[in-house]
Design a protein around this ligand. Sequence first.
Ligand code: URA
Length: 208
Amino acid sequence: MSNLYILEHPLIQSKMSLLRDTSTGNKEFRELVKEIATLICYEATKNLPLKTIEVNTPLSKTKGSLISTEIGLIPILRAGMGMVEGILSLIPNAKVGHIGLYRDPETLMPIEYYCKLPIDADKMEIFILDPMLATGGTASAAIQFLKERGIKNIKFICLLSAPEGIKKVQSDHPDIDIYTAALDDGINEHGYIIPGLGDAGDRLYGTK
Ligand code: URA
């Protein structure tokens, strides 16, 4: 079974409360998404492999460590884009791909309409980014599309999740670890997380 990490750090929880608040405007919302993504990234990179290197300090030589794997960020369009900059502030060399999905109105199946991945993505540690894990349909489909392209090392990073979405991803992809800043009560009949924060894409970009 995949691991579920709910990050209860006080900095994350305080910022999540501001993020949820309906009076938080677009600019502050964007800043908070970026900051929370940065803090989650700190935790999600905890077990990355290291290689030993030699470092020349001004006084002597010593052994140091560098992350030994390449990292790829794949935001799910469009709200996942809001998380990219925060993660790049910690991992500036990460490559960034994009995946876009929509739900077919008749079959309700997720259809991929855009996918551009980093070269050699199958050799990287991949972080899929989406602020909201609601039903889990999009997340599960995105993971599936990446797996079909030979990508194996995937972590799913979101800000807010619902039990339905966690269950769906865990049952479809038991090998994928999920990192989230909060696990809410559930989803309503429109697919929104309750209590949630509303539509993450609209709040990021000021659209309706
Ligand atoms: N997507 C959102 O933006 N908000 C939700 O509550 C669920 C999915």
